[in-house]
Design a protein around this ligand. Structure first.
Ligand code: ZN
Length: 237
């Protein structure tokens, strides 16, 4: 079993009627029920659970973290972001969705501002597969069509991805690196752009396929309990 923890700040759904009508039980529960399978088990947490710190045991028990946040990135304590960052360096996988591009752990892992251009217009998006051989694109055709998404455009100030799996193109003409893979320490990081809170993106079966594929891809194949820098006093020969 791959153990997944979904973090969703869970504010839009409580404060905004449009979002609540799309995700009445919250984005975290929509992702949980869509992604859970014979091979994947999912726990969910919200901002309320991390406001005062994150249980180290939860990170140790998580193979792949999924992060959705937007309006409350600043309310995630620095210690929590750093603990998530360290867990990835030790080997935990992590998937950042949509506005998670500005979350504290993503910025720590990237080391760049992670800014982009955006417009909330409900544009049609085509999420193009750049690398059909990549395991995260398995089962997807040439592109995924989303009738409405928030428009994200370049420049996206991220480090050059190790692998680019998807590029989004929008009705308004913008293009955006929509699916980016990184390795950080022992851990694997996937950024995936679709998932604005007022559109039913996480109910799209192909989007769910991508997230499930990403969970399998990011599942750790090597993980350490502590990061060490040992002083080996005795030479080998
Ligand atoms: Zn958004």
């Amino acid at each position: 079993m791959i153990k997944v923890t979904v973090y969703n700040e869970f504010i839009h759904e409580r404060e905004d009627e449009n979002t609540r009508s799309v995700y009445p039980d919250g984005i975290h529960n929509a992702i949980k029920s869509a992604v859970e399978s014979d091979e994947i088990t999912v726990k969910t947490i919200t901002l309320d659970d991390v406001k005062n710190g994150l249980d180290r045991q939860l990170l140790d028990d998580t193979d792949v973290f999924i992060w959705w946040g937007h309006m409350a990135h600043d309310l995630v304590p620095d210690e929590v972001a750093e603990a998530v960052h360290q867990a990835v360096l030790k080997g935990m996988g992590i998937i950042f969705l949509h506005s998670g591009h500005h979350s504290k752990p993503f910025k720590l892992l990237m080391g760049t501002p992670c800014n982009l251009t955006w417009r909330e217009d409900g544009d049609r998006e085509l999420v193009w597969v750049c690398n059909p051989a990549h395991p995260i694109a398995k089962g997807i055709g040439r592109f995924i069509k989303l009738d409405h998404e928030e428009t994200y455009g370049e420049p996206f100030s991220i480090p050059e991805p190790d692998e680019l799996v998807f590029i989004g193109s929008f009705e308004g003409g913008e293009v955006f690196r929509a699916g980016c893979c990184y390795r950080r320490g022992n851990g694997k990081v996937f950024y995936f752009q679709p998932g604005h809170e007022t559109f039913p993106t996480f109910k799209n079966p192909e989007i769910i396929t991508v997230i499930k594929n990403a969970v399998h891809w990011a599942n750790p194949d090597y993980r350490v309990k502590e990061l060490e820098c040992p002083n080996v006093k005795k030479p080998l020969e």
